[in-house]
Design a binder for this molecule. Structure first.
Ligand code: URA
Length: 209
């Protein structure tokens, strides 16, 4: 699929399988999500622009590679996005962070915004939006609509699992935003859950059901 990178690294796939199992504990689920998120972060940042800095090693001077440009912005779609955010921040601790609170209306599955807080200047930064589940696509589409309204131009979206229906809706709404995921599952069920999926990511992460 154009514009979608499926990161099928064996470690990610193995950890994802454990996360899918219904008997995996809340603590185990959270730990695995954090671990996978560092691996996803590694992939989504693979082509970051570099520059060189003159440094001194104990042996000699050298021009050493460092990240160029403004700091990244990670955007967590609450609440499940926080599970991915944690691991990404371990890898890029200097990143700026935005939070977008959206809930799914249970009848319409539409995304309703209840919170938005982002750094002032996101126009010239790489903005990486995270949400474990790309299901209907409604939340991620609404989040990116909002970020574009605020000036974001260079956006990537990272999730753990995607449904084909969600990918299609997302790409129709935001064809300029590349998607990174660990897997694309079979379909959405009538309640908007990804099948086979892993259930409700937020509930499994926080033990709320
Ligand atoms: N959100 C979830 O947490 N799980 C799904 O399967 C779909 C949306």
């Amino acid at each position: 699929m154009d514009g979608v990178t499926v990161i099928d690294h064996p470690l990610i796939q193995h950890k994802l399988t454990i996360m899918r199992k219904k008997d995996t504990s809340t603590a185990g689920f959270r730990r695995l999500l954090r671990e996978i998120s560092t691996l996803l972060c590694y992939e989504v940042t693979r082509d970051l622009e570099m520059t060189h800095e003159r440094i001194e090693t104990p042996i000699t001077e050298m021009d050493a590679p460092v990240l160029a440009g403004k700091k990244l912005v990670f955007v967590s779609i609450l609440r499940a996005g926080n599970g991915l955010l944690e691991g990404m921040l371990e890898l890029v601790p200097s990143a700026r962070v935005a939070h977008i609170g959206l809930y799914r209306d249970h009848d319409t599955l539409e995304a309703i915004e209840y919170y938005f807080k982002a750094p002032e200047d996101i126009t010239n930064r790489l903005v990486i939006v995270v949400d474990p589940m790309l299901a209907t696509g409604n939340s991620s589409i609404a989040a990116i609509d909002k970020l574009k309204e605020r000036g974001a131009q260079n956006i990537r979206f990272v999730c753990l699992l995607a449904a084909p229906e969600g990918v299609e809706a997302f790409q129709t709404a935001h064809p300029d935003v590349p998607v990174y995921t660990a897997a694309i599952d079979s379909h959405l069920n009538e309640l908007g859950y990804i099948v086979p999926g892993l259930g409700d990511a937020g509930d499994r992460m926080y033990g709320t059901k």
